[in-house]
Design a protein around this ligand. Sequence first.
Ligand SMILES: O=C(O)CCC(=O)C(=O)O
Ligand SMILES: [Fe+2]
Length: 274
Amino acid sequence: MQSQLDRNGDFFLMQHSASEFESLVERHLTSLSDSLVHYLAQDYRDDTMVVFRDILPIELRHAMEAEARALLQAEACRRELIIEQSGGTPRAYSSVGRDAIRTNGTYIPAFFDSEAILSFLSHIIGEPIYRVPYKPEEFIINSQSRAGDTHGWHWDDYAFALVWVVDEPDVLSGGRVEFVPRIHWDKEDTRSHLQRTLASEQIRSVHVPAGSCYLLRAKDALHRISPLTKETRRTVIVFTYATTDELSDQTISHESMESIYPTDTNVASSLEAA
Ligand SMILES: O=C(O)CCC(=O)C(=O)O
Ligand SMILES: [Fe+2]
C-alpha cells in the first residue's frame, strides 16, 4: 500500500492498489450500455467535445477528487501571467504540477496510466490515442477561485485533453468551458488569428458539472475557461493524450507549458544553471 496526502496535507493509506483501480475501472466501463457509448461517440464526432458523467465508479471518483483537493491544499502555486504564444491571453489560477502529483498522488497517476481508460477513449474518438510523450503535460491540477481567474484563449500542444471537474463553479459566476472546434493554431500570427476567429465564429459554452469530465480535441479547438465573475471555486485535473503521429513528432514545442510551469518543465533549473 502506498501513502498519499489527505485533505489536511497529512498522509493516509490509499484504499485501492493500482491493479484494483484498473480492474474496477475496466468492469465499470464494460458495464456502460452500447447505446450510451454510441451517443457519446456521436457527441464527440459532432463537436470534437464530449462530456462524460460516468467514467469512474463512485468510490474511485471520490478518492481521486479527495486526492486532488489534498494536493491543491499542500502543493499549490499561484500562476498569474500573460502567454504571448497564445496571442497574449491571460492565465490566473493556482496549480499543482505533474511531478508533485506523481510523487504524492496515487489515484490521479492510476487514472492516467489506466489501459481501460485509454482504450475507452480511443473507442469514443475512433482512433488510437496514447499517453502524452512529454511528462510535464501528463496531468496537472488547476484551480480558479478569485473573481477574474481564467485560463485564457489558447490551443494545446497535443491533440487531446481530458479534463476532470473536481469543483464546479457557481453556474451564474463564469468558469465555463468555451470553445470553437476545428480551428487550427496559426503560430505565425496567433493574435490576429485569434481575433478573426472570435469575431466570426460561433463559440460553444458549456458548464461542466463536478464529478464529470470532458474530452476535447484541444489542439484543433480554440478554447478557454471564461473568467470567474465572483469568488467561487473551479478545480480540475487536466490529463493529456496524443495521436500516433505525435508520439514521434519532433516539431512539437512546449513554450506555453514552459512559461506557465517553469519548475516542472525544468526551464527554471536550466536558467539557473546557465
Ligand atoms: O480548465 C479547463 O477545463 C481547461 C484547461 C486547459 O485548457 C488546459 O490545461 O490546457
Ligand atoms: Fe487547453
